[in-house]
Design a protein. Structure first.
Length: 489
C-alpha cells in the first residue's frame, strides 16, 4: 500500500539526538535483492508494504524482488522472486498484493535508486520528512533516477539463503533490560516467553503492536516516573525491544523512539530483527530466549544467519534476568543487557537526580573519547546510557569490561561540571495536532485513561492547580534543563 526508498544500515550514529536509523524493516530481504542484481548490499532500494508498485523503465534494467510472497510480472508475464530479471526498455515491472506469508517486498534495481542522502543515508523517515524522495512515500507519477554503482554479476539468491516466511513466528530474544523480579513477576516472564502473541492491525515502521495477556507486574506503580508500573524515568530503546507501554506490548521498529519511559523485558537479537518487517496483522509471535553467545551475526546473509529456518533452536537464555553486572558505591551502577548489541548503564536509584545526569554525561564523553572499534551509538537518558556496538567487532562481554574501567576512572559526582547554553524555542499551546492525537489514542488504545480526553486538564488536576491558565503560566514562565532527546516525531 506504500513504498519508500531505504538503504542499509540506515542513518546510523544519531540516536543520541533522537534521529532513528530507519533503513529496511527487513534488512535481509533488501540486502539479498541488492546482491542478486550485483549492487552493494546496502544500496538504496524500494521497500513496499502489502502491495507493490508498477514501475515503468525507460532503459533496459535488471531488477530483483524479494520479501513477502506476492505475484511479480514484467509486461504481464509472471517472473520469479529472489531472481534477477531483465526489464526491457519501456517495460513495466508490477508487484502485486501479498498472497502468502509476510508483509513487505523489496525491489532492487541494478545500480541502485539515486536519492539524496540526509545525515549519511538515503533512507526515508516519513515522520521526520527527510531522506528518500522528499521524505515521503512514493506516489503515482514520481520519477526515480538510477545510480551506476553496481559492482557484481547478477545471480539468483540460493534457495538455502531465502528467508522462511510463516504466519506463526518465533523470535530469538535475550532477557532484559528490565525483567523480573524488579519490574515483572516471575509468572509474568513465564507468560511473556510462553505466549503466542497476535500481531495487531495498528502496527507500522515505528513499532509492531501485539495482543496478549496483561502482566500482573512486580510494582503497583512507577513511583516518581508515573502512575503505571510500566513507567520508568528513562529508557534508551533498542530496535527490537519489547516495549510495554502500559499493558500493551510493542516491538520497536527502525522508525521508533530512541528514548522513552517504559520497561522492556526482552529484546530481539539483531540477526532476527528482519522478521519484524514481515509480521502482518493476525500473525502470531512466540519469544524464544537464547544465550547471547548463541546469537547469529546480523552481518551475514547466508546460512549462518539461520533465516531459512522457521524455528529458533535454543537451550534457554542466559538466566540472569538481563542484569549482567552491578557495582555498589557512592553511586550504584547497574549494567543491563538489551539484545546482543546493547548494554544499558543505569545509575543510582529510580529517582530524578541531576547529579546522576551529570554522571551519565561524563561516562558518555569518556566512552566517546576512547572510541573503541565496533562502537555504533551512545544514547544518554536521565539516569542511563545505552551503548550500542557491532558484536562481531566488540562483543558485549568486552564492552562490559570497557565500561567498568571507564566508570571507575570517572571523578566523584560532586566534582563533575557540564557545559551548558541557553536556547529559546517557540511552543504551540494546545495545538490542534495534540487534540487529534488524543482522539486517535482514545479510539485506538484506551478511552478511559486518566489523561483523557484532555492532557492539559490532567496536568492541572495532578498538580493541584486552580485553572488551565495556571498550567499555561507555569509552562511559559519556566526555564527547562534538557535531560534527554527522544524521537524527532
Amino acid at each position: 500500500m506504500l513504498t519508500t526508498i531505504q538503504d542499509w544500515p540506515g542513518r546510523v550514529g544519531y540516536w543520541k539526538v533522537g534521529v532513528p536509523p530507519s533503513g529496511p524493516m527487513d534488512d535481509l530481504s533488501l540486502r539479498l535483492a541488492n546482491i542478486a542484481v550485483g549492487n552493494p548490499e546496502g544500496a538504496p532500494a524500494l521497500e513496499t508494504t502489502m502491495s507493490g508498485p508498477a514501475l515503468r523503465f525507460d532503459d533496459e534494467t535488471v531488477v530483483c524482488v524479494t520479501g513477502a510472497d506476492a505475484p511479480v510480472t514484467v509486461n504481464g508475464i509472471a517472473v520469479e522472486r529472489f531472481t534477477p530479471v531483465t526489464v526491457p526498455a519501456g517495460g513495466v515491472l508490477d508487484v502485486g498484493l501479498v498472497s502468502g506469508a509476510g508483509l513487505r517486498m523489496y525491489i532492487a534495481i541494478r545500480g541502485g535508486v539515486l536519492a539524496e542522502e540526509y545525515l549519511g543515508s538515503a533512507s526515508t523517515f516519513t515522520l521526520g520528512t527527510f531522506g528518500g524522495k522528499d521524505g515521503r512515500v512514493l506516489k503515482d507519477g514520481d520519477d526515480l533516477e538510477l545510480d551506476t554503482r553496481a559492482v557484481g554479476t547478477p545471480a539468483s539468491v540460493p534457495m538455502e539463503h531465502v528467508p522462511a516466511l510463516t504466519h506463526a513466528w518465533q523470535l530469538a530474544v535475550t532477557e532484559g533490560p528490565h525483567g523480573a523480579p524488579e519490574f515483572f513477576t516471575r509468572a509474568d516472564m513465564d507468560t511473556i516467553l510462553g505466549t503466542d502473541y497476535e500481531v495487531h492491525f495498528n502496527s507500522d515502521r515505528t513499532g509492531v503492536r501485539l495482543v496478549g495477556p496483561r502482566p500482573d507486574w512486580a510494582r503497583t506503580d512507577g513511583g516518581e516516573a508515573g502512575l503505571h508500573p510500566s513507567n520508568i524515568h528513562d529508557n534508551a530503546y533498542s530496535v527490537g525491544a519489547l516495549d510495554f507501554t502500559g499493558d500493551t506490548p510493542i516491538l520497536l521498529g527502525p522508525d521508533g523512539p530512541s528514548l522513552g519511559g517504559f520497561v522492556c523485558p526482552v529484546t530481539v537479537v539483531a540477526a532476527d530483527r528482519w522478521k519484524l518487517g514481515q509480521l502482518r496483522p493476525g500473525d502470531t509471535v512466540r519469544f524464544v530466549p537464547i544465550e547471547v553467545a548463541a546469537a547469529a551475526s546480523k552481518n551475514t546473509v547466508g546460512l549462518a544467519r539461520r533465516a531459512s529456518l522457521p524455528v529458533v533452536f535454543s537451550r534457554g537464555g542466559d538466566g540472569d534476568d538481563g542484569v549482567i553486572a552491578r557495582r555498589d558505591g557512592l553511586t550504584p551502577v547497574t549494567y543491563r543487557r538489551s539484545g546482543d548489541d546493547n548494554i544499558l548503564v543505569e545509575y543510582g536509584e529510580m529517582s530524578l537526580d541531576l547529579a546522576l545526569r551529570a554522571r551519565v554525561h561524563a561516562l558518555h564523553e569518556a566512552v566517546q573519547e576512547i572510541g573503541p572499534a565496533g562502537l555504533v551509538d551512545l544514547t544518554p537518558g536521565i539516569r542511563s546510557l545505552q551503548v550500542k556496538v557491532d558484536p562481531d567487532v566488540l562483543p558485549t562481554g568486552k564492552l562490559l569490561d570497557l565500561l567498568l574501567e571507564a566508570e571507575a576512572a570517572l571523578p566523584d559526582t560532586s566534582e563533575l561540571s557540564v557545559p551548558s547554553r541557553h536556547v529559546r524555542l517557540p511552543l504551540s499551546w494546545d495545538d490542534p495536532s495534540t487534540r487529534e492525537a488524543i482522539q486517535r489514542y482514545m479510539h485506538g488504545v484506551r478511552s478511559d485513561a486518566p489523561w483523557c480526553p484532555w492532557n492539559i486538564e490532567f496536568i492541572r488536576r495532578m498538580n493541584g492547580l486552580d485553572s488551565v491558565d495556571d498550567v499555561y503560566d507555569t509552562v511559559f514562565d519556566a526555564e527547562y534543563m534538557v535531560l534527554g532527546l527522544g524521537d524527532v516525531a
